[in-house]
Design a protein around this ligand. Structure first.
Ligand code: AP5
Length: 241
């Protein structure tokens, strides 16, 4: 579940009163559409206790008066850097949370990455790692085609890999499941093309900073989670010293 204050915006205050984890993890999760970033974020939240902050989810909750932004999303295009950077800046207090954070789907352009660097430097916060999930395009297409989401609580299911216990209903809140508007074939084509065109400089940027961890995500989600935790384990040991 996403962080309440992150979804609501700058004036909202976090209502999560669960105890802070022993270590605050500050991670960025990157990867193409449908790779499983949201799925892994939910599992990592359970393991690490950090807050899940998804820019895509914030935009899906945007009010209908943000018409230009929502139209770009439905077409499968990126929202402008300006809008994304403003959205993150107005939620900067979430980045200093004692629980840590998992940024999902942000940054997606080099300009966003540089803006995040500057914001974290201002806040005196260091990133621990940038996890990049990878798989072949056919895997992404199959995951996107079978995805069904709950528009009420945001939970994601898959017709084959993670079917809901009651057909068409969310296991968590009981609301109806549907396909995301940007999961139609035309929008998916644009999203994959956009990802390929914008991500390489972002990955180079984090590789250069020594923060990038590459994870093969063409496996069941429990295996992907285990691979991620193994990759992060040396960092966890180092942080315990
Ligand atoms: P966003 O919501 O971030 O979409 P995305 O990056 O395209 O990623 P998805 O949410 O589609 O997939 P996912 O990787 O989270 O996969 P999931 O876990 O659901 O962004 C949407 C839009 O918002 C963008 O197109 C853009 O317009 C805008 N936007 C957002 N951030 C922006 C930014 N920073 N800059 C500009 N614009 C921005 O899994 C997919 C399916 O596969 C599910 O059904 C799941 O159950 C299944 N699954 C997951 N893992 C596995 C597995 N290991 N094995 C089998 N099935 C699996």
């Amino acid at each position: 579940m996403s962080h309440f204050a992150w979804l609501q915006g700058g004036d909202a205050r976090c209502t999560d009163s669960s105890p802070s984890p022993r270590r605050a993890w500050r991670l960025v999760l990157l990867g193409p559409p449908g790779i499983g970033k949201g799925t892994q974020a939910a599992a990592l939240v359970a393991q690490l206790g950090a807050c899940h902050l998804s820019t895509g989810e914030v935009f899906r909750h945007a009010r209908e008066d943000a018409a230009g932004l929502l139209a770009a999303m439905r077409r499968g295009e990126l929202v402008s850097d300006e809008a994304v950077i403003e959205l993150v800046r107005e939620r900067a207090h979430c980045l200093t949370c004692s629980r840590g954070f998992l940024l999902d789907g942000y940054p997606r352009t080099l300009e966003q990455a540089r803006s995040l660097d500057a914001l974290l430097a201002d806040l005196n916060v260091d990133l621990d790692a940038v996890v990049h999930f990878q798989a072949q395009e056919r895997v992404l297409l199959e995951r996107l085609a079978g995805r069904r989401v709950c528009m009420a609580c945001g939970a994601a299911f898959h017709l084959e890999h993670r079917p809901p216990s009651r057909a068409g209903r969310c296991d968590l809140c009981g609301n109806l499941l549907s396909q995301r508007e940007d999961d139609d074939a035309d929008a998916v084509r644009i999203r994959l093309r956009t990802y390929a065109a914008t991500m390489a400089p972002v990955l180079d940027h984090y590789r250069g900073l020594g923060l990038l961890y590459e994870i093969d995500a063409a496996a069941p989600s429990e295996v992907v989670l285990a691979r991620t935790l193994v990759a992060l384990d040396p960092l966890a040991r180092w942080r315990r010293v």
